[in-house]
Design a protein around this ligand. Structure first.
Ligand code: SF4
Length: 352
């Protein structure tokens, strides 16, 4: 049973102790109320491909089995992994969750339903009853993601944001019964460590410190660019000119191939994926900014350097076409300035 006595031990065992080390603990009453029955967790999906669930199932720090067993979690509803179906499954939603997890964006009521009811109605009903926290998992649930991209035919929004603007499906003022705004864990998909560590901490009553986008600062405080293994190449001005030079042995940075690491906050370059084995930039793929609240629109066109992306120069996508010529000129100037600051002799120049 989860109680104050074994709290620190369990927090350490599931890795949530890192929140304690940095931010101190705030054990809420909900834990004791959960008692022997366990913390009731409900996981619902809006417009989603279940990618965040798949990512979560691959987590290793802790893995999901450890997290469920040690934290005494009672998963009442999860459409991808639960055995119950149809009406029987929908009856499981007739509870007051301790933690509500949302995966996928929330569309206009006429576009997506769980059973007979629009997702947004179920979300609002469950969120209003949630005792500890609502956690939005992935690019779509946090800020709208791909379903809310340009065109947005289903009028999708995130749970408490639409792109960088607070509001979303639940509204800017929403708070759980414990007084928490929605905790945002972006990423396409969300990183399993971010999900399991945050859920572990929240279930233990440790409230992560959030930034102004609702994200735990612990994971999203720094730019990917600052922790990237190719950063030394960037600082020396060693920039790959084509995808033929992306193998790490070429010792080139992927900036000119459209890397969004310099404008995207996350610790994934340090944490890596697949059990800490690799991350996009190390594998030769420029970061596409999937943790960014503006993903994918503000990151597009992908594979173009930042100077050629109007939204990253502060120009909205609608106006971008009108000022294309000016942007190109501004881009060339910006690039020249940046190269002037960062360029040091490259390998080819040193070899001359
Ligand atoms: S590959 Fe991307 S994140 Fe890494 S140093 Fe280059 S620009 Fe920065």
């Amino acid at each position: 049973m989860l109680n104050r006595r074994n709290f620190l031990k369990i927090a350490g065992a599931v890795g949530a102790g890192m929140f304690l080390d940095l931010y101190g603990s705030d054990v809420v009453k909900a834990i004791e109320q959960a008692g022997e029955k366990g913390v009731k967790l409900v996981w619902i999906q809006g417009q989603s491909d279940s990618g965040c669930t798949i990512s979560l199932l691959q987590g290793q720090h802790p893995d999901i089995y450890d997290a469920i067993m040690k934290l005494n979690v009672d998963i009442r509803f999860h459409p991808t992994i639960m055995a119950a179906q149809g009406e029987e499954a929908m009856k499981a939603l007739d509870i007051e969750p301790d933690v509500l997890v949302v995966e996928g964006s929330i569309p206009d009521p006429k576009f997506a339903a769980m059973g007979e009811r629009p997702v947004i109605d179920i979300l609002k009903e469950l969120a209003a009853k949630t005792k500890i926290a609502v956690v939005a998992v992935g690019a779509c649930a946090t800020y709208g993601g791909i379903p809310a991209a340009h065109g947005n035919v289903t009028n999708s929004v995130g749970v408490q944001y639409h792109k960088s603007k607070k509001g979303g499906a639940l509204g800017a003022d929403f708070k759980s019964k414990a007084g928490l705004p929605v905790v945002n864990l972006p990423g396409d998909p969300a990183h399993p460590d971010h999900v399991l560590l945050t859920l572990s901490a929240v279930i233990l009553g440790v409230i992560p410190e959030l930034d102004d986008k609702g994200r735990p600062k612990l994971f999203f405080n720094d730019l990917i660019h600052n922790q990237c293994a190719r950063r030394g190449f960037y600082d020396k001005g060693l920039l790959a000119a084509s995808f033929h030079e992306t193998d790490f042995s070429y010792e080139k940075c992927l900036y000119n191939l459209g890397c969004r690491g310099p404008v995207t906050n996350s610790d994934c370059a340090f944490r890596k994926w697949n059990g800490g084995i690799n991350v996009c930039m190390n594998g030769g793929a420029p970061c596409i900014g999937c943790f960014n609240e503006g993903f994918p629109d503000d990151m597009s066109p992908l594979f173009q350097p930042i100077e050629k992306v109007p939204t990253l120069l502060g120009i909205n996508a609608v106006d971008a076409g009108k000022v294309a010529v000016a942007v190109t000129a501004a881009g060339i100037a910006a690039h020249a300035i940046r190269r002037g600051i960062t360029k040091k002799p490259g390998r080819e120049e040193e070899e001359k």
